[in-house]
Design a protein. Structure first.
Length: 318
């Protein structure tokens, strides 16, 4: 089977002058894998998607299948896909118990992660709920309030169904896939979209939202609209669109079919929302204190880890 190793990267370039950040460039340099899907048959697309995406693989696969089905006229109302949801919850758990402790200067909670991942895989909600109630994990949540250097200054992309998306974007385009916009502005997607207001610390709100999605599942909540939700709708004859709420945010696939062959394929990934050139990173870093480069680099790392790109990232000083 052919493998696809070029994942691309997110490149962040900072220009500093007189102790301030005077320039911020954010570029998502991800390969346009959708181009590889054009001219392929449905079975070929399914095989290729399964090998292209190491992260959110189930979500990408489900989006591809639903989009091609919608192109044949099959609608899918918003519903929780349990396999996609388990994948997303495991990613939340990884970030909350392995990445977050490092950001806060704690030791990774590796044993807790293994136990939590097992509980998610086996559908043991009570076990995960008990784990999340452990003082060591609650202590992490309490420390989040110490980091309030980044207020929510961007629009938050709401949770949308495929039908809702047609009102905002009747058709997708290659340019939109590279730089998606919500109501003519860059927007943040993923855990946090229900956060209330710009007075809330972005860092704290994003991480609390991840914990909340884990707790919601552990508490037995299965309401469509949250992480793991899938939907699809025919856009026009032989054109279908699918939406999936992943751990990182909204994923959209739109496909144009010519019989059983893909004539065009468009993908809007969460990374393109969250690392938009005029998005949250630009808003938070432009004008920031640059007198101590190490402190500034830590702030960048904290923001990027919180936004969670699906590809490696690099910081360069212009």
């Amino acid at each position: 089977m052919t493998t696809y190793s070029d994942t691309g990267r997110v490149l962040i370039s900072l220009t500093c002058s007189a102790g301030q950040v005077t320039g911020v460039q954010v570029n998502s340099e991800r390969p346009e894998v959708s181009q590889l899907l054009r001219g392929r048959t449905t079975p070929q697309v399914i095989r290729m998607v399964s090998s292209m995406f190491a992260l959110c693989g189930h979500a990408q696969m489900r989006a591809a299948v639903l989009a091609m089905s919608a192109a044949r006229g099959e609608k899918c109302n918003p519903t929780i896909d349990q396999e996609v949801r388990r994948e997303a919850l495991r990613e939340h758990l990884w970030h909350c118990l392995l990445d977050l402790p490092q950001l806060l200067g704690h030791v990774e909670l590796k044993q807790e992660f293994v136990l939590g991942a097992k509980a998610i895989a086996n559908g043991q909600r009570d076990d995960l709920y008990a784990l999340l109630s452990d003082p060591s994990i609650q202590g992490l949540r309490m420390r989040l309030s110490e980091f309030d250097d980044a207020q929510i200054s961007q629009k938050l992309l709401p949770r949308l169904s495929a039908r809702d998306s047609l009102l905002a974007w009747p058709r997708l385009s290659s340019e939109f896939c590279r730089h998606p916009m919500w109501k003519d502005a860059a927007a943040v997607t993923g855990a946090i979209t229900s956060a209330d207001d710009s007075a809330t610390s972005f860092f704290s709100a994003r991480w609390h939202a991840r914990f909340d999605e884990l707790t919601n599942w552990a508490s037995g909540h299965d309401v469509a609209g949250h992480v793991g939700t899938v939907s699809a709708i025919p856009v026009a004859s032989s054109i279908g669109r699918a939406l999936v709420e992943t751990a990182r945010g909204l994923l959209m696939h739109e496909v144009v079919m010519d019989g059983d062959v893909v004539a065009d394929y468009l993908i809007v990934a969460p990374t393109e929302w969250n690392f938009h050139p005029q998005g949250l990173l630009h808003a938070q870093l432009f004008g920031a204190d640059a007198r101590d480069r190490d402190v500034l680099q830590q702030r960048v790392s904290r923001l990027v880890t919180t936004l969670d790109p699906c590809v490696p990232w690099e910081l360069e000083w212009a």
